[in-house]
Design a protein around this ligand. Structure first.
Ligand code: AP5
Ligand code: ZN
Length: 212
């Protein structure tokens, strides 16, 4: 099972990824956003180069991201399948992925309008391990602490309102063309991402069942 999660910033890709992985524990999770944030936190060369692009809401250049993603895809634990979150994010990246020879099962587009995105992202809090919460829509059991690792929840640097607007503009300009790209290949399924997380997950699970 090789899946791509597509959708605007804050659509719920990370939230749904966690549920999809619970359904299919044998597949590997590849989130380029999480990988890049780990590089920034570790202070690697890649992290130093990527940080300014991420903080301004732009995309990290292909020559940095594509190699990182394809190297990860070439690792052993991806043999039974992958869940790609945040990659590809441009047609050039989709072409590089196609060139790697991995055959896609399908692409899930999580659809959410721009106003709802701003509401979601401003209330998002994340734990050290990358688990995602929302102060109103998906609060942790103990205020300000992660249910899983107990770490103090923080706000992402790129979740400031002005950066979110730029990320949305970049999504509409650079990433949205992937919708037609995968539609033309008969791979795209649209999911209404404005429903509660459990309903979105039910829809995703039913869709994946038709791809297996
Ligand atoms: P990345 O980490 O991929 O960020 P993104 O695409 O902007 O997506 P988000 O993580 O913001 O949102 P999400 O869809 O995962 O939503 P979530 O589940 O958290 O990328 C970050 C940056 O890295 C990019 O800007 C770029 O610079 C760089 N980058 C990464 N990949 C790249 C690539 N391939 N090429 C170039 N650059 C790259 O949910 C959001 C909030 O909503 C949460 O609080 C959640 O609790 C809540 N929520 C979720 N679902 C629901 C629901 N159904 N109802 C109500 N609330 C909900
Ligand atoms: Zn995410």
């Amino acid at each position: 099972l090789n899946l791509i999660l597509l959708g605007p910033p804050g659509a719920g890709k990370g939230t749904q990824a966690e549920r999809i992985l619970a359904d299919f524990p044998q597949i590997a999770y590849i989130s380029t956003g999480n990988m890049l944030r780990a590089h920034v936190a570790d202070g690697t060369e890649l992290g130093k180069e990527a940080k300014s692009y991420m903080d301004s809401g732009g995309l990290v250049p292909d020559e940095l991201v594509t190699k990182m993603a394809l190297d990860r895809l070439a690792q052993d634990d991806t043999r039974d399948g992958v869940l790609l979150d945040g990659f590809p994010r441009k047609v050039t990246q989709a072409e590089a992925l196609a060139g790697s020879g991995r055959k896609l099962s399908g692409v899930l587009l999580i659809d959410v309008d721009d106003e709802e995105i701003v509401r979601r992202v401003s209330g998002r809090r994340v734990s050290k391990s990358g688990r995602v919460y929302h102060v109103d829509f998906d609060p942790p059991k103990h205020e300000g602490r992660c249910d899983v690792d107990g770490s103090v929840l923080i706000q992402r640097d790129d979740d400031k309102p002005e950066v979110v607007r730029e990320r949305l503009a970049v999504y509409h300009r650079d990433t949205a063309p992937l919708i037609a790209y995968y539609e033309d290949q008969g791979l795209l399924a649209r999911v209404d991402g404005t429903r509660p997380p459990t309903e979105v997950h039910d829809h995703i699970r039913a869709t994946i069942a038709t791809w297996r």
